[in-house]
Design a protein around this ligand. Structure first.
Ligand SMILES: Cc1ncc(COP(=O)(O)O)c(C=O)c1O
Length: 373
């Protein structure tokens, strides 16, 4: 059963089936007695194992819809769906591909997409590609979201798109309230949890899981806290079937490496049990935040959690801070426009459980020195 806001997908999938255009979403079953004449594995490298410890082929050889679908894909997707409490999930080659593909497949001309002003570039691009009317609202301004939805009753469908933990600001919207607003206006809630899965929520299942919010579409990244590469879109089963048929970055792209997919189930299990790492991450975060808070004025980083934005305004100032840290043996990036809005250049520090005490000591000392200047 599709979520209320996505219930139209059932009918549209049935329409595709009637027209003979529905591609059955795969479950990795492969004929082992067939001569394959539909792969792009021209030199025969894809079938070989890739790296140590996995016998899965390195390359899928083709789109999943052609002959690039393996049982390991389906296993990975089941593990991911179960982790975030969804019915189904679909792997994408990156978070960028997931956002662009899913948004452009779901929203259409005639729809309204309400998008947070600080949403990631992949969300912005997906919204633009969709052809829907886009209303950008101020960052984390749920009242503006409600107003935009309220004045869009003529739109065919309404979508609200947000990150659950903003990549450059380390802050979160009020997702409980957003869900309520979406329900009130019969809008679908699309949540990018790229920086939240692994870090927040029970067993690292993300912000939505932490707050008991059920998004209609959830995007999770595998290249961040999960430590691999790729991404997934999770939701109800018709959503997966729809994206399998209509997400262009999925349909017209080589399937995720089976060797990579083969790592996902075990890694998800590791991440789910990684409370010790999450505790260490909290400890490192606390130490870095304290070091930054020693600065003059209101100093200190914004947001909460392991992303620490130290907003300084001008690009040159951010670069100067990064340079001052670099000569002390600390590598942090200055983030400048167009990644962030003009006048909000910053040093973006990210904490990691991988830092040992000696490294944390160097980081804290260096930050204190630089903050004190
Ligand atoms: C919020 C958000 N969504 C999506 C992406 C894209 O993910 P990927 O790096 O897997 O393409 C990023 C990358 O930084 C991100 O910050």
């Amino acid at each position: 059963m599709a979520s209320r806001a996505l219930r139209h997908l059932d009918g549209e999938l049935a329409e595709l089936a009637r027209a003979g255009l529905l591609r059955a979403a795969g479950n990795g079953e492969r004929p082992d007695d067939a001569v394959v004449l539909c792969s792009n594995d021209y030199l025969g490298f894809a079938g070989g194992p890739w790296g140590v410890g996995s016998t899965a082929p390195g390359g899928a050889g083709a789109s999943r819809l052609v002959c690039g679908d393996y049982a390991v894909h389906a296993r990975a997707e089941r593990a991911l769906a179960e982790w975030v409490g969804a019915e189904a999930a679909l792997l994408f080659s990156s978070g960028y591909a997931a956002n662009v593909g899913a948004l452009a497949a779901l929203a259409r001309p005639g729809d309204l997409v309400v998008s947070d002003a600080l949403n990631h570039a992949s969300i912005v691009d997906g919204c633009r590609l969709s052809g829907a009317r886009i209303q950008v609202v101020a960052h984390r301004d749920n009242r503006a979201v409600a107003a935009a939805l309220g004045s869009a009753q003529g739109s065919a469908r309404r979508w609200v798109v947000t990150e659950s933990y903003f990549s450059m600001d380390g802050d979160s919207p009020d997702l409980v309230e957003l869900r309520r607003i979406c329900d009130e206006h019969d809008a679908a809630l699309f949540v990018d949890e790229a920086h939240a899965v692994g870090v927040f929520g029970p067993e690292g299942a993300g912000r939505c899981a932490e707050l008991g919010v059920r998004p209609d579409v959830l995007v999770g990244a595998l290249g961040k806290a999960v430590g691999l590469q790729g991404a997934f879109v999770a939701g109800d089963a018709p959503l997966r079937r729809w994206l399998w048929n209509r997400a262009r970055s999925f349909v017209f792209s080589t399937g995720v490496s089976p060797a990579l997919a083969d790592r996902v189930e075990a890694r998800v299990a590791e991440v789910r049990c990684a409370d010790e790492r999450r505790a260490r991450l909290a400890e490192v975060t606390r130490a870095l935040r304290e070091a930054l808070a020693q600065g003059p004025g209101d100093g200190g980083p914004g947001g909460q959690g392991p992303i620490l934005p130290w907003v300084v305004g001008e690009a040159e100032a951010a670069v100067a801070l990064a340079t001052a840290l670099r000569v002390r043996g600390v590598w942090a990036q200055a983030i400048r426009p167009p990644t962030v809005p003009r006048g909000t250049a910053r040093l973006r520090l990210t904490a990691s459980a991988a830092l040992v005490d000696r490294q944390l000591g160097i980081a804290v000392r260096s930050l204190r020195e630089v903050v004190a200047r």
